[in-house]
Design a protein around this ligand. Structure first.
Ligand code: ZN
Length: 470
């Protein structure tokens, strides 16, 4: 199969950043500072997605019980969120779009709610104290469908001819479960998914068990390590399944659409060696489970690094597998604090592809860098600086991926290999299962290298146009 990008096919060519967005402070995230008064904020303050996530509470666990019928495309759901208030709350928001709600309780007591676009505004019968643990239970059903992102791509619950391709970056999680839908809020997950016998439902983490009764099969999945809502999946289809444990004890679960099986097999076979190679470079693989989910979803146009088990819209090529695997460290374990910092995900995963090529008999990273640098100043690659994409419409455009990777190469050139790989490992270790910002990465790089890197980061991450020296 031809080499292809993970980028949405619908994507426009990169255009110059439009109106600069005034950035609210994301530094004092997750609650008190963003919320005014005793009502939780409707967003965490993300400049590109102002309604994403919510202030005033943290979700520690999602228990999702779903039933999906691919024939009628009907979904039934029950979501149990275990959360803790980070401030006194008379009211709180969840992100949830579309599906009909049939019941909502807070600590088993019926709560008043209203819906306003993607905001599900909940008023518990009794206010929640600061620090109080509470449980929100929402039952719902309907025919889920995706949202259309600012870049024109589909995201969320995307029906296919035999099930659904489920991916949520950056917004789509709210199309199939109520969530605190921002990478700042990370949680463990349990999934119980029932589908007609003969279909397979694949989520994140470890398969706890499956059972078939009365023509239906229920799959139980558990994602123990913290996960951002956008990385959750519950992909359904007719899949060929393969399970094995690697030499290092990782539980691998591959689910492949038979139409993609022949093309996928030689690539999926390499997953253990790719993860091992990445572990040497980036530090220990963050999860106990791994695998690949290869669907046949021609209308999607991208793959996603769903946690522990990336989802592909078709058989991936090797560099796509390397890319989505690298995201397990950069994006999934170390998550964004703001979507504006997306180069921390995409630049890193793209640079991992260059490194893989370099260390497996292909072009050096320098050569990949040079080929890009040779592009004329008018090329879309230079349309905007990767550290400041300008809007949510640009976060998956070429400058983020390619110039983001070039930034890391420029850093490597400046500090040398030893310091560079130490920086990558320290980044993965210090923010493991958490979040990071570009400013934190810059400080870490300066600390580890003992160099002033302000000029380098300014040139590669923030300066408009093609940098005048490579
Ligand atoms: Zn990526």
């Amino acid at each position: 199969m031809q080499s292809r990008r993970r980028l949405p096919v619908l994507r426009r060519e990169a255009v110059a950043a439009t109106v600069p967005v005034i950035v609210g402070s994301l530094l004092a995230m997750a609650g008190p500072a963003v919320a005014a008064g005793p009502t939780g904020a409707s967003g965490v303050g993300d400049p590109y997605f102002p309604l994403a996530g919510n202030g005033g509470y943290h979700v520690s666990h999602y228990g999702l019980t779903l039933g999906y019928d691919p024939g009628s495309r009907h979904l039934t759901g029950k979501a149990v969120l275990t959360a803790r208030a980070t401030q006194r709350l008379t009211r709180l928001d969840l992100d949830f779009k579309g599906l009909k709600i049939t019941g909502l309780t807070v600590d088993h007591v019926k709560a008043v709610y209203k819906r306003d676009g993607q905001e599900l505004v909940v008023t518990p019968a009794r206010p929640l104290r600061k620090g109080q643990s509470f449980r929100v239970t929402v039952t719902y059903n309907g025919k889920p469908g995706p949202v259309t992102d600012p870049d024109g791509s589909l995201d969320g619950w995307i029906p296919t001819d035999d099930g659904a391709f489920v991916a949520g970056e950056p917004q789509g999680a709210m199309t199939w479960f109520p969530a605190n839908n921002h990478p700042l809020d990370k949680s463990s997950y349990d999934f119980t998914i029932t589908v007609p016998k003969g279909r397979t439902a694949v989520a994140n983490g470890v398969l706890l068990g499956q059972s078939t009764r009365a023509g239906k099969t229920t799959f139980r999945w558990r994602q123990t390590e913290p996960m951002a809502a956008y990385l959750a999946t519950a992909t359904v289809g007719k899949f060929q399944v393969k399970q094995y444990t690697t030499r290092s004890g990782l539980k691998v679960y591959d689910a492949v659409d038979p139409r993609e099986a022949a093309a996928a097999a030689p690539v999926l076979k390499k997953l253990p060696s790719v993860l091992e190679w990445e572990s040497k470079l980036f530090g220990p693989y963050p999860y106990r489970a791994a695998g690949s989910l290869v669907d046949h979803a021609p209308n999607v146009g991208y793959a996603l690094e769903t946690q522990s088990r990336p989802v592909y819209d078709r058989a991936p090529d090797l560099s796509t597998l390397v890319h989505e695997s690298a995201h397990q460290w950069f994006g999934d374990s170390v998550s964004l604090t703001s979507w504006k910092d997306i180069w921390l995900n995409e630049g890193f995963a793209t640079y991992a592809e260059w490194l893989y090529t370099e260390q497996h008999g292909g072009d050096s990273a320098q050569k990949s860098f040079d080929a890009l640098y040779a592009r004329p100043a008018t090329d879309g690659l230079w349309a905007f600086p990767p550290g400041d994409p300008g809007s949510g419409a640009n976060i998956f455009d070429t400058p983020v991926y390619a110039r983001g990777a070039m930034t890391l190469h420029a850093l490597r050139t400046a500090v040398g290999d030893r310091a560079f790989f130490r920086i990558l490992r320290a980044w993965a270790a210090q923010h493991r299962y958490g979040n990071g910002t570009t400013a934190q990465f810059e400080r870490l790089a300066e600390r580890e290298s003992g160099k002033d890197l302000g000029g380098l980061f300014h040139t590669w991450l923030y300066a408009q146009g093609k940098p005048s020296t490579p």
